[in-house]
Design a protein around this ligand. Sequence first.
Ligand code: CA
Length: 234
Amino acid sequence: MEHAPLLLVVEDDSAILSFLTAVLGANGYEVRVAASGQEALSLSSSYVPDAILLDLGLPDIDGLHVLRQIRIWSDIPVLVVSARGHEREKVEALDAGADDYITKPFGTGELLARIRAALRRHASKVGDSSAKTSIRVGDLFIDYEKRAVSLSGKEVHLTPIEYKIIVLLSENIGKVITHDTIVKHLWGPYAKDLPALRVNMANIRRKIEENPAEPRYIRTEVGVGYKMAEEADR
Ligand code: CA
């Protein structure tokens, strides 16, 4: 690695902050800290970190507002780290542009894996998004140029809507996409048809999953949305 990735940790709880700083420092990250939303906003524009870990419950501005402000000018990966474990808050954070959502308490291994995944996704997005013509996950192969999907070399026949869903998820591989985002992507900004999405998802899974009840490729985040797995093994 050329330089240590720079992380901005936004957290007002000093115990959690020193834990995070120690863990991240020991794992090769350079760390800057902000203890308030205001500080987070000014440091994120002055340092332009490689990723931000953002607590939602901050003393001055709500973390969600901080996130929306950052998203106006930047697509820096933001991982929301919060004690708020409700689905509604996850959905809000993801819809506001969070790259991932980690609920406290969390394990160190999980935290580090999610940071690596967010940095990797961001790097590939910046690097060769326009050059990408296909993607493979396990036995699933999606050819964007031919608009074709195959499983273990056998063509999978998808409807146009099913294809759109699988492309949206694969372009955001590893990231949870909320129900609302998918529905709007498919049927426009005013659409609210979650049941139709569920029906389409069930059909996709019947076509690509060996066991649709235990999907390998498209995972359900209950109450939040769906994500395509980066690796197909469970
Ligand atoms: Ca807090």
